[in-house]
Design a protein. Structure first.
Length: 402
């Protein structure tokens, strides 16, 4: 059972979580719980590391930002003990959750489960701190923001758990963000592949890495509410779903920025030069289009990057302006990526047509397009985000009846 920040945001909430854990223990299960820090805590801790020193050592950043989870595991263990449930807290190094030494974004390498399994056998609930691990040199690491979902899935895989239940402040995975489309519908089931596309294209419900890990290790994943006792959404293999819709969900991300290089030489090696320079500087490029420019022998390349990486991208490209011989570098942050995702689009024609004609009817211009086997993404003006998501939701027949 994994509980996120809002689920353990107050002492009252932590007591409510203890009751939920007790109910599962009483039903005869062995339970390992993974918790996040209280909501808002990690942001505050990150802020403090910045204030203490803009150029700080990432090892010390991890010492500070991992501390939020130390508080919640202790509090939840106390709350459980107080209602008669045997429980013990586990920090990352105590488990141990071994990671590499990429501080602030560490990857899990292995998990020692022997000690925890022995305690579970004795009927003790294990309450593990999410988001943190330990590197080979014994320093504390963190897994990157939102990392406690990944901690939970990794622990479930290592323990050979029957299921990994992610309790959160929404009651499942919806066809799109219910805050902007009130007619969004809760899905009973979704495939790992679809969940991965939705998460990596802006759906906030699960950390992308946790879904990839669940898929790799075959961990049965359920997303459900920690506030209401309702069935959630099961993330499952494709053969467990009878598909109906060509599109299962729509995601959007305003975390995007667009870069256009105008008037590049149209000759072999130019794109290679652009994108290897960006890669060397750790800029992740997402969507790409190349078009013929008005002048002969010239071409334009437009691509999208994460908003936070825009400055870096434009600085490095300006640095090689002479080498690349382009006319102009244009950037914009007023963009949004909207993606429609569905396994069934592999076998159902017409998804692109529906998507593009719906946007055209609303007068929304498409700036960049990219596709995968089960997804079509478009980059559009940010002011059209809600309109686009809402009209696509209707066009693909996803609106709820009520
Ligand atoms: N507390 C960490 C964060 O806010 C990890 C998590 O909540 O998943 O990023
Ligand atoms: Mg989270």
């Amino acid at each position: 059972m994994k509980f996120g920040g809002t689920s353990v945001g107050t002492i009252e909430r932590i007591k409510a979580v203890a009751d939920q854990v007790k109910a599962v223990v009483d039903a005869g299960h062995q339970v390992a719980v993974v918790v996040s820090a209280m909501s808002g805590t990690t942001n505050q801790l990150v802020q403090w590391t910045r204030e203490a020193g803009a150029m700080h050592d990432a090892r010390e950043y991890d010492v500070v930002v991992s501390s939020g989870e130390q508080v919640t595991v202790g509090l939840l263990a106390i709350a459980l003990q107080n209602i008669g449930v045997e429980a013990r807290s586990w920090l990352g190094w105590q488990v141990a959750m071994h990671t590499d030494n990429i501080h602030g974004g560490a990857r899990i390498e292995s998990i020692d489960t022997e000690a925890m399994l022995a305690r579970l056998e004795q009927g003790q609930v294990a309450v593990m701190a999410g988001f943190q691990g330990v590197a080979e040199d014994n320093r504390i690491t963190t897994l990157g923001r939102g990392g406690s979902d990944t901690s939970a899935v990794a622990l479930a895989a290592a323990l050979g758990a029957d299921r990994c239940d992610i309790y959160t402040d929404v009651d499942g995975v919806y066809t799109t963000d219910p805050r902007i489309v009130p007619k969004a519908t809760k899905l009973d089931k979704i495939t790992f592949e679809e969940m991965l596309e939705l998460a990596s294209n802006g759906a906030k419900v699960l950390q992308t890495r946790s879904v990839a890990m669940a898929m790799r290790h075959g961990v049965k994943l359920q997303v459900l509410s920690s506030f209401e006792d309702l069935p959630g959404t099961m993330v499952v293999n494709e053969d467990e779903i009878m598909e109906k819709n060509s599109v299962s969900g729509i995601a959007y991300s305003v975390d995007e920025a667009k870069v256009t290089l105008v008037g590049l030489d149209d000759k072999p090696g130019v794109a290679a030069n652009v994108f290897s320079t960006l890669a060397d500087n750790n800029v992740n490029v997402d969507m790409i289009v190349q078009t013929a420019a008005s002048a002969p022998g010239k071409t334009d390349i437009t691509f999208s990057v994460n908003g936070a990486e825009l400055d870096r991208a434009s600085t490095v490209l300006q640095g090689i302006k002479d080498e690349l011989n382009y006319n102009d570098l244009l950037t914009s942050e007023d963009v949004c990526k909207v993606s429609v995702v569905g396994m069934a689009m592999r076998s159902q024609p017409g998804v692109a047509r529906t998507m593009f004609s719906t946007l055209a009817e609303k007068g929304i211009n498409i700036e960049v397009i990219s596709t995968s086997e089960i997804k079509i993404s478009v980059l559009i003006g940010r002011e059209y985000t809600e309109l686009a998501v809402r009209s696509l939701h209707t066009a693909f027949g996803l609106d709820s009846e009520s």
